[in-house]
Design a protein around this ligand. Structure first.
Ligand code: FES
Length: 101
């Protein structure tokens, strides 16, 4: 399965692009020379995430996640909680979700 999330050129140099994804949202961003796509879902109670100071932060109760590794860095989400990264490839100048290949 393949699904285009966004054009590579639309991914900002800093911060994130919030793109629709099958009725939900993903944060798409550049991290360490690669493109990452993380579900816009907090691992505590499912709140939305905001990009702040290089972290994805949930405004509901303050959980924060490392944008590169996905680890929880503070807040009430479980200690071993990690961002849900989508499997992606850059193909034809687009960030593409790839599953089952
Ligand atoms: S739902 Fe995100 S910190 Fe509670």
């Amino acid at each position: 399965m393949r699904h285009e999330i966004c054009k590579l050129a639309d991914v900002p140099e800093t911060g994130t692009l919030v793109a629709p994804f099958f009725g939900r949202e993903v944060h798409v961003y550049r991290s360490g020379g690669r493109i990452r796509a993380a579900a816009n879902v907090c691992l505590h109670f499912g709140g939305p995430l905001e990009c702040r100071d290089g972290k994805l932060v949930c405004p509901w109760h303050g959980a924060a996640f490392d944008m590169d590794k996905g680890d929880r860095v503070e807040g009430p989400a479980p200690k071993n909680a990690r961002l849900m990264f989508l499997s992606t490839r850059v193909e034809n100048d687009a960030v593409t979700y790839v599953w089952g290949e």
